[in-house]
Write a protein that binds this ligand. Structure first.
Ligand SMILES: [Fe+2]
Ligand SMILES: [Zn+2]
Length: 308
């Protein structure tokens, strides 16, 4: 039986946060009765902030999805558009998150409880001491293009060998579909972004957050009266994976550099055209003031990985 809540069910839990900069609010979608042992229970909460809010670079001890529900902003140097999904593996720093001109609201989702943000400014040594860390993050936008009554479209980048997966789900009113089986994952979050999901005699309209545990099996969902658009996210199993050592130079004579904190890769052959660094630019020619695109680490945090 899914743990499910629509925004209307939880809006009374919206609380203002005390922040060093800007204004922010937090709303818990997945709540538990007092006294519940929540250590292995999923989390799902809405983070909101006005245009002045900044969240400093940090990491978490758990795998995490973040889904933009409104507004916009910038994570590291990457633009966050509405419905963009960011996945970060446990112990992968990201940020800062700069809230855009119209503010930004995103859901933070985890399959189990997390003690909270570990800011890089304070926790750099702690991060370096984590054994068998395999930092990785990826951002992908859903594609709700529908053919027929229902389309369940797998994400193309957001996947790994431990069962990580994402799906865009688009359904006509009243259509029924069986979601991917979560048994080989650490659980599955379903985020209704438009329309509603019909469950136990009521429509759970956007924004709705649901979670299915691995043993609960594949969920059969029915779209509500306005149809349904949803993002389905499968958490990777919690087993040790090898770090991404397979960093390969794309062209001879060019070197590859990698951020020691978050594993972001700078390939001299490719450059960073999106940041005005031309293909073929030697690492030494990248400005000393440049910072990591994903986690804002400095150039001195990068290590040479492969000589092409
Ligand atoms: Fe975070
Ligand atoms: Zn980095």
């Amino acid at each position: 039986m899914p743990h499910i809540a629509a925004y209307d069910d939880v809006k009374a839990t919206r609380i203002k946060r005390e922040l060093p900069r800007g204004e922010g609010w937090r709303t818990n979608f997945l709540t538990y009765p007092a006294g519940t042992d929540v250590t292995e229970e999923p989390m799902g909460f809405l983070v909101e902030g006005n245009h002045e809010r900044v969240i400093r670079p940090h990491y978490h001890e758990n795998d995490q999805f973040q889904v933009v529900v409104s507004g916009g902003g910038v994570l590291g140097k990457h633009k966050l558009a509405v419905h963009a999904v960011h996945f970060s593996r446990a112990y992968t720093p990201y940020g800062p998150i700069n809230f855009g001109a119209d503010g930004l609201a995103f859901l933070t989702l985890r399959a189990r409880k997390d003690p909270g943000a570990q800011y890089i400014s304070d926790s750099r040594e702690k991060l370096a001491a984590v054994p068998s860390r395999a930092p990785w993050q990826v951002t992908e936008a859903p594609d709700f293009t529908r053919t027929g009554d229902a389309t369940l479209r797998p994400f193309t980048q957001m996947k790994d060998e431990r069962g990580l997966a994402g799906f865009s789900l688009s359904m006509a009113a009243g259509a029924t579909v069986t979601l991917p089986d979560p048994s080989q994952t650490s659980g599955q979050h379903i985020i209704v972004t438009r329309g509603g999901l019909s469950y136990q005699g009521r429509d759970y309209n956007a924004v709705t957050v649901a979670f299915i545990k691995p043993h609960e099996g594949a969920w059969q969902v029915t779209a509500g009266a306005e149809g349904l658009e949803a993002i389905v996210l499968n958490y990777p199993r919690r087993e040790v994976v090898a770090a991404n050592d397979a960093v390969v130079a794309k062209a001879p004579g060019h070197r590859v550099w990698q951020c020691a904190l978050c594993a972001f890769v700078y390939d001299e052959a490719r450059g960073m055209p999106e940041e005005g660094v031309a293909a073929g630019t030697r690492w030494e020619e990248v400005p000393e003031t440049w910072t990591c695109s994903d986690c804002s680490a400095s150039k001195s945090d990068f290590q040479m990985r492969v000589v092409g």
